[in-house]
Design a protein around this ligand. Structure first.
Ligand code: 5AD
Length: 432
């Protein structure tokens, strides 16, 4: 099984290559030493990560070719904006017509969409987002793996179950061998091409140790490594980029400065944003976003969050619900409605750059086990599978009852493949 489709190198200009996938041309950065026009490659997150033997690539492509058109048909049925979805709301029609041709909406129009209450109109809005997802991404869905390598964290985030507020949590830190073993299984048994390493802000690992782990993975495997270790500073980002990391997941959590300071005493939003910008400058693929449903957060804040992620050049948007955790100061706050998250994802699809991917977060899946499907039909285009060993996974309790907490890798992979098939999607990453 494979989580990427090989592409054929169409042209090379310095370290920029154009890769052809069934006639679609995508741009990627090449760091392989020997690459020629006509070679077959895997690209992930905008980087060429592996060259394949021609015969092997042609075999894989032949299998996909038939599947590709079959799945496209299934997808087409789901994204078509059919007659049944017309609306009498003239303002909504005007806004959606505009969204189909431009990703610049007036603030009042974004507010109108996010405040929609009528069920049929909301469905039309979500369907329009799915239509745009298909237009820009066809039926591609990227599937990344995540390994939560440590739940130690020195930060005091008011909402987070692995923060210093939670004194009742067993803490764990995976060692290098355990991490490499989890990476090995994901790559060799299940064909993952992109893996995210995540932890709390854990002072127990030095940057050198993290760099050593990343270097070892890159030495052994052709894989895109993404990191999410919190605010490790410019030097840390630089050292881990040098070690081979190419993607950064760092949410700014909220674009509202006051709310940010209230929820993270002693920390300021500006510093976090500065690090995301530095990572972009260093060449990292950027995954960022925020929490929806925080106490005191307004609909305008959510729109500002989306625009901030866009300004930060998010390659992938990560927005999910805030879920109260009993052992934190926000433990008794109410839970946001699922539809509010779906509307946020749809609005992201309308406002984001065409190439941007939108993640279905595990927190959303925790709200509703059908949420993955609903989000993929509301503009989302990307999933993560949890690769953390089961013995540790239950302790990475950023919020309670996380989805997939007890599912082994085989079960998770099978259910993702089955879901994607039913929606006519293919688990691939066509590069940028
Ligand atoms: N609910 C939902 N998401 C949470 N996170 C932390 N705590 C919670 C919670 N209670 C998210 C934060 C962080 C990511 C690792 O987990 O957005 O960036």
């Amino acid at each position: 099984m494979c989580y990427a489709i090989p592409g054929k190198v169409h042209s090379i200009n310095g370290n920029i290559v154009i890769v052809d996938y069934f006639g679609q041309k995508k741009r990627a950065i090449n760091e392989l030493k020997t690459l020629a026009i006509g070679d077959y490659v895997y690209a992930q997150g905008g980087y060429v990560i592996q060259k394949l033997e021609t015969a092997q690539a042609q075999d894989i492509l032949a299998t996909w070719q038939d599947m590709f058109s079959l799945l496209n048909e299934v997808d087409k049925e789901k994204f078509s904006l059919s007659q049944s979805t017309v609306t009498n709301d003239l303002n909504l029609r005007r806004i959606l017509d505009q969204a189909l041709v431009s990703n610049q909406l007036k603030n009042e129009d974004s507010l109108y969409l996010i405040n929609l209450a009528n069920q049929a109109d909301t469905e039309l809005f979500l369907k329009t987002a799915n239509f745009l997802r298909q237009k820009y991404h066809q039926n591609a869905c990227c599937v990344h793996g995540i390994i939560e390598i440590s739940n130690y964290c020195k930060r005091n985030c008011y909402y987070c179950g692995i923060s210093t507020h939670n004194q009742n949590l067993k803490r764990y830190r995976m060692n290098k061998e355990e991490i490499i073993l989890a990476v090995y299984e994901a790559i060799k048994v299940y064909g993952f091409k992109a893996i995210l390493l995540q932890s709390g802000e854990d002072v127990g690992y030095s940057i050198n140790e993290l760099a050593d782990i990343i270097e070892e993975i890159k030495r052994k495997y052709d894989v895109l490594i993404l990191i999410s270790f919190g605010e490790i500073g410019y030097e840390g980002l630089k050292d881990l980029f040098k070690a081979g990391a190419r993607g950064l997941l760092m949410r700014f959590e909220t674009s509202n400065e006051k709310l940010y300071s209230d929820l993270h005493p002693g920390y300021i939003l500006k510093n976090r944003i500065a690090q995301i910008k530095q990572a972009y400058q260093l060449g990292y693929f950027i995954i960022t976003g925020g929490l929806i449903g925080l106490p005191g957060q307004t609909k305008q804040d959510i729109i500002n969050d989306i625009l901030l992620a866009k300004e930060l050049k998010a390659d992938m948007y990560s927005f999910g619900p805030f879920l109260p955790h009993a052992n934190t100061p926000l433990g008794k706050e109410p839970i946001v409605k699922e539809i509010d998250i779906l509307k946020t994802l749809a609005l992201i699809r309308l406002l984001a750059d065409q190439e941007a991917k939108i993640l279905v977060t595990t927190a959303l899946e925790t709200l509703d086990f059908k949420a993955r499907e609903k989000a993929l039909l509301a503009g989302a285009s990307s999933l993560m599978i949890n690769l953390t060993p089961l013995d540790y996974r239950k302790f990475y309790s950023i919020y309670p009852n996380r989805a997939h907490e007890r599912e082994n890798l085989k079960i998770q992979v099978e259910s993702v493949i089955q879901l994607l098939k039913s929606l006519g999607r293919i688990p691939i990453d066509l590069g940028i």
